[in-house]
Every structure is written in structure tokens, then in C-alpha cells.
Unconditional design. Structure first.
Length: 318
């Protein structure tokens, strides 16, 4: 009876009853409009010939300023023809794909294994230790890694004592080590934190399913693969879609603190290149064009990942 009555209520009646929830949601919508949608007006910079930071985006002078050549796409074409474009795209996709292949499944595995721990004190200790690095900024962690990876640092001392190397190595000075350092440090920092959402999804699984499996004689690993994983596959799918959409985001903070001219051949990703173009060369229109290019490419990847996941698992964002 209550369901029937609720279905007959008008929009304004439901809005009045849910006014506090709607007010909370409205705050989020307003925040998104102000900080996410209104700034999109600034994309016009990418199609201007040469924007100067001293000009107001709403001034008549800016609106009447010259448009970029080639129908406004001069900066996009210049970026695609840039001699560094191939290496920049290779570095960006290389780091991001490695993170997707290595860093994405590890929190899932960690959450599954942690869920099997029955000693609650030990489980909480492991969770706390794995979460801690997330709360340190990359500025702090970058300083720690730079010290550890120096010639007199912790890793060189360890490798020398184990007789794995004969002479100290300045790891951050060699491009060939950079991708491995980035992937490893990202796992160290985010493994525990990334596992939280999977642990929350696992906590929501009906425990009666496990009890029934125990009665049938299923082992703990059998229950993990037959119950736990299938029950959290929708969560995995959604996070996978978001991860694919962010393939061109190589974690600017992390790479900036580890970057130096010696490892630039492997560390010069799109975000670093855009930062240097905008803040050092003051080519703001060109930098805006690169940012827009990256956003459009990310949307295409997101749409493809969403479509594929929807067909395979019937789970999607939209």
C-alpha cells in the first residue's frame, strides 16, 4: 500500500519530502557547475592565436583577438607535428599501460587475500601499514625515493651487500630504470588505499552464500573464485573503465618530483611537456590545445571501454 501511495505522489510532493536530501545534492551540482563546467569556457584559449595570461577571458580585447590559423586548429596540428610527439606519447602510454596491467589488478588480489585473514589484529595492522603511504604527498615520497636511489642510498647499500652489483648506481640518472621506479613507487603508495573499495564491496556480499558453499565442501580458495570475485566484478568493471579513461594521465605530481634532465627521454610525458610549454615558454594557447587533445582522447577511450565492458559483463557507466 505504501508503495502505491508513493508512486502516486507528484514531483513537488516528493521534492518537499526529500528537501534536505535534495538540498545536499544541489550543493554538489552547484559545485560541479562552478568548478567543472563554467571553466570549460576557457577552452576557447586553445583556438586563439596567442593568449596572454594578463588578458581577461571575458574582456572585449580577448574576444576580438586573432584566431589561430588552419581554422583554429593551428596548435593541434603543431603538436601532432612536433618532433617530440612520438616520444611523449610513447612515454605516456607506456607508463599508463604498465600501471593498468600491473597496478590495477594488485589491489584486487590484495583485497581478496586480506579478506581471508582471520586474525583481526593482524589484519588491521596490515591495513594500517598499507594505507600509510597514501597520506604522504609525492613531494615527501619523491624526496625519500631520491635519497634511497642515490649512490649512497639504501638500495645501493643493500645491493652492494648482497653482491648483486659491484659499483653504486644512480638509478634516477638512467632512463632505462625510470618506468620501473614509477610503477613500483605507485604500487607502494596506492596499493592499500586502492584496495579499500574492493574490501567494501566484499563486505557487502551475503554471508549465507559462503555458509552454503562450506556445507557443499568448498575450500576457501574455491569460495574466493566462485563467490567473492563474481560478486565484486561490477565494481572491478567500473573502476577498470575509469582507469582506461585516465590512460593519458601519468600522475603529474609523481613524475615531476622524479624527473630530471638525465631521465627525460623516458620521463617526458604529456603532462610534463604541457607544464613546461605553459609555465616556461608561456605558450598558453598551445598548452591549452594539448590539454584539450588529451581530454578528447580520454573521452574516446572511456567510451570504448564502457561499450566493451557493457557487452562483456553487462556493466557500464552510461
Amino acid at each position: 500500500m505504501n508503495v502505491c501511495k508513493l508512486s502516486k505522489k507528484t514531483f513537488w510532493e516528493r521534492l518537499k519530502e526529500e528537501r534536505y536530501l535534495q538540498a545536499m545534492a544541489l550543493c554538489g551540482v552547484i559545485w560541479m557547475l562552478i568548478f567543472c563546467y563554467v571553466p570549460m569556457y576557457g577552452l576557447i584559449i586553445a583556438f586563439k592565436k596567442n593568449y596572454r595570461i594578463t588578458e581577461s577571458l571575458f574582456s572585449l580585447k580577448f574576444l576580438q583577438s586573432a584566431w589561430a590559423g588552419n581554422g583554429g586548429f593551428q596548435h593541434f596540428i603543431a603538436f601532432l607535428k612536433d618532433p617530440e610527439f612520438t616520444s611523449i606519447l610513447t612515454n605516456t602510454l607506456g607508463i599508463s599501460i604498465l600501471k593498468l596491467v600491473i597496478s590495477f589488478p594488485l589491489p584486487i588480489i590484495f583485497a581478496l587475500l586480506l579478506n581471508e585473514v582471520r586474525n583481526q589484529k593482524f589484519k588491521k595492522a596490515i591495513q594500517t601499514i598499507s594505507y600509510l603511504p597514501h597520506f604522504l604527498s609525492w613531494v615527501v615520497l619523491g624526496g625519500i625515493l631520491t635519497t634511497w636511489l642515490s649512490e649512497s642510498g639504501f638500495f645501493n647499500e643493500l645491493l652492494l651487500n648482497l653482491h648483486i652489483i659491484e659499483a653504486p648506481i644512480t638509478f634516477l640518472a638512467y632512463p632505462k630504470y625510470f618506468w620501473g621506479i614509477v610503477i613500483t613507487s605507485d604500487i607502494w603508495k596506492e596499493l592499500g588505499w586502492s584496495a579499500i573499495i574492493y574490501l567494501a564491496a566484499i563486505a557487502g556480499i551475503d554471508q549465507e552464500m559462503y555458509e552454503a558453499a562450506k556445507v557443499d565442501g568448498a575450500s576457501r580458495f574455491r569460495m574466493m573464485f566462485s563467490i567473492t570475485v563474481p560478486c565484486i566484478k561490477s565494481t572491478i568493471a567500473i573502476l577498470f573503465i575509469l582507469a582506461v579513461g585516465g590512460l593519458l594521465n601519468s600522475n603529474f605530481d609523481q613524475i615531476l618530483v622524479l624527473w630530471n634532465p638525465l631521465n627525460a627521454p623516458r620521463s617526458n610525458v604529456i603532462d610534463i611537456y604541457t607544464y613546461n610549454v605553459a609555465m616556461r615558454s608561456m605558450r598558453f594557447s598551445y598548452a591549452a590545445a594539448i590539454g584539450l587533445f588529451k581530454s578528447v582522447f580520454a573521452f574516446i577511450l572511456l567510451f570504448i571501454a564502457n561499450s566493451v565492458t557493457k557487452k562483456i559483463n553487462d556493466v557500464s557507466l552510461f
